[in-house]
Structure formats: structure tokens, C-alpha cells
Design a protein. Structure first.
Length: 64
């Protein structure tokens, strides 16, 4: 992904959405800031500024 900020933005609209809706704006901002800090530790920034985000996907092909 382009950056940690891009990862956070993507996650806000997917897996984090149910959790974020339960928070008021100040708590939401604090949560996302802490989340970004954790992402920085788990996924180092590449020399070009991008982030290699490992994301497991399972693809199944079924035929009759």
C-alpha cells in the first residue's frame, strides 16, 4: 500500500468500521492514532514510503 495512512483509511471502511461507529470523535481519533502506531511497528515502511501489508486471502475455484 502507499503508506500507513492508506492502510488505516482502508481499514476504517472495512474491518474497523463496526468498532469505530461505537466511538465518539475524540476516542475514534485516539484509537486510529494508536492503531497507526502499531502498524508502524508491525509493518516497517519501505524505502519508497510504501508498506507491504500481508493480507491473507483464500480463493476457491469450483467447477461443476
Amino acid at each position: 500500500m502507499a503508506s500507513i495512512a492508506a492502510v488505516v483509511e482502508w481499514m476504517e471502511t472495512t474491518s474497523l468500521a463496526p468498532f469505530l461507529t461505537a466511538l465518539d470523535e475524540p476516542d475514534r481519533r485516539e484509537f486510529l492514532d494508536r492503531y497507526a502506531d502499531e502498524l508502524h511497528q508491525a509493518y516497517p515502511t519501505l524505502p519508497d514510503g510504501g508498506v507491504l501489508l500481508r493480507s491473507r486471502r483464500l480463493f476457491i475455484l469450483a467447477q461443476p
